[in-house]
Design a protein around this ligand. Sequence first.
Ligand code: NAP
Ligand code: HSE
Length: 435
Amino acid sequence: MQPVAIGLLGLGTVGAEVARRIEDRQGAFARRIGRTVIVRKVAVRDPQKPRNVPIPADRYITDPIQVATDPETTLVIELMGGIEPARTAVLAALEAGKDVVTANKALLAEHGAEIFAAARRAGRSVAFEGAVGGGIPVIHAISVGLAANRFAALAAILNGTCNFILSSMARSGLSYAEALRQAQELGYAEADPTLDVDGTDTSHKLAILAQLAFGASVTTDMIPRQGIDTLQSSDIQYAAELGYTVKLLAVARDHRDAGLELRVAPRLVRRGSPLAEVSGPDNAIRTIGEPVGSNLMSGPGAGAGPTASAVLADVIDVIIGRAALTARSLDLWPADAPAPRLCSPRDVRGRSYLRFMIADRPGVLGTIAQVLGQHGVSIASVIQHDPGEDDHPDAPVPLVIMTHPASEADLVAALQAIDFLPIVTPPSIRLGVED
Ligand code: NAP
Ligand code: HSE
């Protein structure tokens, strides 16, 4: 039988690993799909770059559209990243009658509707297990294994770079900059790491998961987003004093009549709870569904090996026809899907960690407590340390408050009012607690 001929777009961290694994997993492919697999053409930006991959240099081409539409190939794997030229190449591949495998969450989150409409028109499939959760088969789990459930909520750690940075800062005392550099060297980070640390990458992944779990046409502009780039290491230490770990979480909750709550933000997670124990570049996805109950999937969330594992599983699924069946039964990104009803901050309640920088004077704590009380926010505990020996006597000092459950709208209004007080140096920090 003819080998499966692949057009590979991108030969970077993930693409190079996929190329190597295609070469050394030929026996497994032959057993699973009854055919061998070859990489026929590869799109790269710089054909002269030295690369440790078993592909002859004469297969490198700088035009991704030419690779995507090559008549000799039947399957295109897109691993260039970014929106363009990835979007045009994927659409061209589908139009030319090829199936597509991609790990490009930015592309799906921004242009999923257009791409899946093109796939339906062409009768081809688009598989994307590598786009969310790295090596954790979460797309398959939600769309196939848990397909009969009505999901009530999901809370997930979806960015390996951020989880690596937060774990390294909390456990090894690395600075934010050192931890980010290590994550880049290890191949976890996006080409532009701003997308990791400002929460954009996590919101792309949440948009995809919410689409699968809630059948809602979620776009990233619907997701309030806060990254870890505004977090201070002192917040990680105060959270630890209170018995919590800080994690960048993607959260989606179905509040039924009140709508869908969506957010990406650093949140406090009780130490010892399953999500708090997920460290390094690992990811985890906790779902609550009816009738299944609570499920937790965790594992390697970024990097060459885990992502290649997911991409190659998709290649097998596409070749044996399973990806087409799944896509058909899911009707992903339907063009006419209504926008979800989004929850108002008034309907979202929870505990919060608050940090104020205050003047170290009598009565300040009382003033802040009074403003919180006026907005219906009740205090559960307070931390204020003596100023350090080297601190200037007039320098503002941190005051940390843990609240009882309060509505998000009340908390936001209280912080705005407190930031106007002359005894406070804004901006005050609020991190939600994931209970
Ligand atoms: P990368 O290391 O930056 O590799 C990108 C590759 O695409 C490079 O080989 C580059 O060529 C090629 N390329 C980029 N623009 C091109 C253009 N205009 N024309 C031709 N070739 C082009 O990226 P990566 O980390 O492997 O990520 C690839 C995709 O997988 C992204 O969508 C990313 O979000 C996703 N992903 C990555 C990870 C991870 O841990 N890294 C995990 C899950 C998903 P040159 O080599 O010549 O520069
Ligand atoms: N940059 C991403 C991360 C890659 O760090 O999680 C995996 O999607």
